[in-house]
Every structure is written in structure tokens, then in C-alpha cells.
Design a protein around this ligand. Structure first.
Ligand SMILES: C[S@@+](CC[C@H](N)C(=O)[O-])C[C@H]1O[C@@H](n2cnc3c(N)ncnc32)[C@H](O)[C@@H]1O
Length: 365
């Protein structure tokens, strides 16, 4: 739902991407229908499964469903590479057959990874090596020595540096926001870590760029690059400013909680790499929260009226060097409100972008 007049002049998607998206959609549709594909179309899985006469295997023995599939192919003289969709169709049908067959004995059928606890006349079950634990709780109960003492602070979310004292300021800020309900309903943040990162970007704008980028100015476009599977940082800015906010990420929409549409005014999201878009807008603020793409690449895809964009970045992993602008003076600081060891915040004003960006200049030279 876009409440205001469109201020982003264009977001061009290069044809390469449109085609990739189309192929992805087609694949998703085909696998959702799970229709047996050409080579299997004439064959009836179920009559073959019936003939296999699956029974429950002796406790501790399992059958690899891949071997069942191989047996089916060899009996039907199917040769050549196995197409992913063919395999998926077979596995779906096998799972449904077994679930139906053992429906009268609830809990008896078990599956772990590629294995079912069944056997049949054609493919016999086998004992699996120690270490293949089908029931972790049961295994631990029977092998108490396997339980190592664990660090009470274990968490990928909490840094263990002794000089660390993270603050809960962003969680507190979140709880006091009018848009907190909207953010929660949209299922944008998978956990507190991601929330604090987006809030740190917002805080960087509030602290350093508020005078250059007025929150009430609808002529401003925010581009959140590498926003993740949900447009979380872009949505936060869309809720809290009057800007047009765009989220770009090749993994956009791929998590369980992702939505295809968000009823958030002035928010757009794209499943794309930034290099596959060309964003043309009046004034641009780029945000890179733990983005896995270089700043130079990002800037080369953004075209603003004055040929510059400002940027807020919180680099992570091995992107500290790539998300940097050589020779530019930046405020850089550690934000202890970010629940991640990657909490360095960098801010640049007026970096050359679009055709004036270093990458485009180098390409033109
Ligand atoms: C570490 S994740 C960070 C996700 C999110 N910002 C967060 O903090 O939770 C890095 C993200 O960068 C995205 N990414 C990688 N290459 C990209 C590209 N060329 N353009 C845009 N995003 C990209 C990945 O898909 C991934 O979601």
C-alpha cells in the first residue's frame, strides 16, 4: 500500500533477473503440485509401493529412502541423471504411502534425514552406525556420559568478551514504539539480535544525519541493501519516517515468516542482488546492515539527482574492508546496543553514486 505519490522515479530490474525470478516461480509452482514428471508419468508409484509390502524394521534398523528410489528406477529401467523434481515426486509419494500404511499405529513410523524405520522385500533395512541418533533425548538418557557440561552463556547472540556490556536500550525503545505492534504483526524480526541491528541503523541516522535527511521529507528514498529474508530495516524506517523505503536482498521472501506483501506504507521489497537493480531517485540514504555486498557495488546501482548518496553501514564477517569508502572521513563507533560482536557503525555523507561512483568511473575509464 503506497500512501503517497511515488517519489522513486524508477526501480529497473534487468531482464536477467526477471528471467531468473520467472524460473524460480515456475520451479516453486511445479514442486508445490508435485506432479510426477515425464519419465514417471506413466508409472504408478503406489502399486509398486504396495508390492514392496513395507513393514516396520527391527528396532535400530533403518532403510535409506534413496535406495528405495534406486530400486524403483532399476526395476523400471529408468536410466540417466535423476531430475530433482522426479526425486521429489517419488519421495513425496513414498512418504504419503508409508504414513497411510502405518496410520493405524500412531508414532510407529519414524523418519530421520534420509531414513525410514521400515523394511521391505525389495530393499532390506540395515543397522546404522553409532552416532546416528534418531532420538536425541532417548540417546542422552541411555548415555549420560555423552552430555557435556555447557556454558550457561552459550548463545550466538551474546558475545563472551569480558569487557562487553551490551545495553538493552533498543529493546526498551522498541517496547515504547507505537509501531511495535505493526512490526511484530509483520513478523519482520526473527530475533532480538536482528532487531537491535536495525534499531542501531535508525539511531545512527537520528544521531548523525537527521539534519540532512529530515524524517518528514517524502522526497527521500532509503535503500536497505542485504536486508535479509524480510525487509526489516527498510520497514522500520518506513514506519518511523515519511520516506520511501526499499529493501533489496537475493534471499528476500525465503524464510518461513516472510510475506509476499507487507501492508506498510511506502515500503517496497525486492528479491534481487543490488547489482541486478538500478534505483533512480531524488535523494538517497543507503543502509547496509550486515550486508554481504560491497559498498562500491551498491553505490554503482543508485542514481540520485545530485549524484551522491549518504550511507549508514554496520559491516560484519569479512565485509569490513568491502564496506568502506577510501579516503572519506566517517564517524565510526561501536554501538553497545547491538547484540552481536559485529557492532561497528560507519556513516558517510555524500558519497558519489550512480555514474559518478568509483566503480562506474573505473568501468568508463
Ligand atoms: C549476514 S546477512 C544479513 C541479513 C540482515 N541484514 C540481518 O542483519 O539480519 C547478509 C545478507 O546479504 C545478502 N546479500 C548477499 N549478496 C547480496 C547482494 N549482491 N545484494 C544484496 N544483498 C546481498 C544476503 O542474501 C544476506 O541476506
Amino acid at each position: 500500500m503506497l500512501g503517497d505519490e511515488p517519489l522513486v522515479e524508477r526501480v529497473d530490474i534487468v531482464p536477467r533477473w526477471v528471467q531468473a525470478q520467472q524460473e524460480w516461480n515456475d520451479r516453486a509452482r511445479r514442486s508445490a503440485n508435485a506432479v510426477p514428471t515425464a519419465s514417471y508419468g506413466r508409472l504408478n508409484f503406489n502399486s509398486w509401493f504396495d508390492a514392496c509390502e513395507f513393514t516396520l524394521a527391527t528396532e535400530g534398523e533403518w532403510t535409506d529412502r534413496g535406495r528405495v528410489h534406486e530400486c524403483f528406477r532399476s526395476e523400471h529401467a529408468l536410466e540417466g541423471d535423476v531430475h530433482t523434481l522426479e526425486r521429489e515426486s517419488f519421495m513425496d509419494a513414498l512418504g504419503q504411502h508409508l504414513a497411510k500404511k502405518f496410520a493405524q499405529q500412531p508414532g510407529s513410523l519414524r523418519r530421520r534425514k534420509e531414513f525410514y524405520n521400515v523394511t521391505c522385500s525389495r530393499v532390506g533395512s540395515t543397522k546404522l552406525q553409532a552416532g546416528f541418533h534418531t532420538n536425541k533425548k532417548l540417546f542422552r538418557k541411555m548415555n549420560p556420559s555423552s552430555r557435556k557440561s555447557q556454558d550457561p552463556n552459550r548463545s550466538r547472540l551474546v558475545s563472551t568478551r569480558s569487557d562487553d556490556s551490551t545495553s538493552s536500550r533498543y529493546m526498551t525503545e522498541f517496547l515504547q514504539l507505537n509501531c511495535a505492534v505493526g512490526l511484530l504483526e509483520s513478523k519482520l524480526f526473527p530475533d532480538a539480535k536482528e532487531l537491535t541491528e536495525s534499531f542501531a541503523a535508525f539511531n545512527a541516522w537520528r544521531t548523525y544525519l537527521r539534519h540532512d535527511f529530515d524524517s518528514e521529507d517524502p522526497g527521500i528514498t532509503l535503500v536497505s541493501v542485504g536486508d535479509g529474508c524480510t525487509p526489516r530495516t527498510a520497514a522500520l524506517f518506513a514506519f518511523r519516517t515519511r520516506w520511501h523505503c526499499i529493501a533489496v536482498d537475493p534471499e528476500m521472501g525465503l524464510s518461513r515468516d516472510s510475506k509476499s506483501e507487507y501492508n506498510i506504507a511506502r515500503l517496497q521489497h525486492f528479491r534481487a542482488k543490488i547489482e541486478e537493480l538500478k534505483i533512480v531517485a531524488k535523494r538517497v540514504l543507503v543502509v547496509c546492515v550486515h550486508a554481504h555486498v560491497s559498498l562500491a557495488t551498491t553505490l554503482s546501482r543508485i542514481f540520485s539527482d545530485d549524484g551522491t548518496a549518504s550511507c549508514i553501514a554496520i559491516p560484519c564477517c569479512n565485509y569490513y574492508a568491502a564496506i568502506d569508502a577510501e579516503g572519506k572521513v566517517v564517524p565510526e563507533y561501536e554501538d553497545m546496543g547491538v547484540i552481536s560482536p559485529h557492532r561497528t557503525v560507519r556513516i558517510w555523507k555524500s558519497l558519489p553514486c550512480g555514474s559518478s561512483s568509483p566503480l562506474c568511473q573505473a568501468a568508463d575509464a
